[in-house]
Ligand binder design. Structure first.
Ligand code: SAM
Length: 284
């Protein structure tokens, strides 16, 4: 089968099957062999690995994964792509295609069945409209993971990687950094895709920590404090947390905790590090 990283081959295949791109599924297919090589090497895929690919499209990256990995499971929502995938992946006996919505699939069970519960690698050129639920779902459902190497909107990659004191810092940065070490490995311009997206993209690798970098008594409570702080990011923490629905903290209690931590009573949530949020959560 011809390499689909070559734009001409992709165009021919789309014509042959009279495939219509569906915007609602975030369909932008990669047509750049350098970017494909970079993703595979950033994910560190070897013949030992089981890889989950989310949204294989016409199978461009799946071909690269099938060459590099022991086994690939590719989950695609659009049933119009299944006959195309059957053709483009016909040479590989280590690829399973599942026609399903990734958000409805029990990935932990899949890792158990296909990889004996050992950590899997997730590689994807993600549909941008569901980037956050996919990533948080993978982390929170305790799927055994080595790393997630994904193409996302550039701005979202920046948000995952930054620390306090920048405008991109927020609940997503803290959630990702609690579970994984993020590293942007490539910036990818719109002309590397068919059709071209309107935004820039980036490949980011999230290397799962064996243990979170901070200890906190109640993870859920810490994340609800984080969400409440950034929902009202222009407010001080004292005001933001006492106003927040479902949190119900008195101003005095928040101020007292901040004082114990040696922080100003007028500090905003956007200035706190992950370990400070963990400490605040334990104090409250
Ligand atoms: N991997 C291909 C590539 O790099 O050329 C296609 C990437 S395209 C950005 C995203 C793919 O995810 C599309 O094939 C789309 O149909 C699929 N997709 C969208 N939503 C999905 C979902 N909820 N579950 C599984 N696949 C989905």
């Amino acid at each position: 089968m011809a390499n689909l990283g070559n734009p001409q081959n992709t165009i021919e295949l789309i014509k042959k099957y009279d495939f219509r791109f569906q915007k609602k599924y975030g369909q932008n297919f990669l047509i750049d062999t350098h970017v494909l090589d970079k993703i595979i090497s950033a994910a560190g895929v070897t013949k030992e690995d089981m890889v989950l690919e989310i949204g294989p499209g016409i199978g461009t990256m799946t071909q690269y994964l099938a060459e590099a990995a022991r086994e690939v499971v590719a989950v695609e929502i659009d049933d119009k792509l299944i006959p195309i995938l059957e053709e483009t992946l016909s040479e590989y006996d280590n690829v399973t295609i599942i026609n399903e919505d990734i958000l409805r699939l029990d990935i932990a069970k899949l890792a158990d069945e296909k990889n004996g519960g050992k950590p899997i690698k997730v590689v994807a050129n993600l549909p941008y409209y569901i980037t956050t639920p996919i990533i948080m779902g993978l982390f929170e459902s305790k799927v055994p993971l080595d790393n997630i190497t994904i193409m996302v909107q550039k701005e979202v990659a920046d948000r995952m990687q930054v620390g306090p004191g920048t405008k991109d810092y927020g609940a997503l940065s803290l959630a990702v950094q609690y579970y994984a070490k993020p590293e942007i490995v490539a910036n990818v311009p719109p002309n590397c895709f068919i059709p071209r997206p309107t935004v820039g993209s980036a490949v980011i690798r999230l290397k799962r920590y064996a243990e979170p970098p901070v200890t906190v008594a109640d993870e859920k409570k810490m994340f609800s404090l984080i969400r409440a702080s950034f929902n009202q990011r222009r407010k001080t923490l004292v005001n933001g947390l006492s106003n927040a629905p479902g949190i119900g903290l008195h101003k005095e209690k928040v101020a007292e905790a901040l004082e114990k931590m040696g922080l100003s009573p007028t500090i905003r949530g956007e200035a706190l590090t992950l370990s400070q949020f963990a400490e605040l959560s334990d104090l409250l």
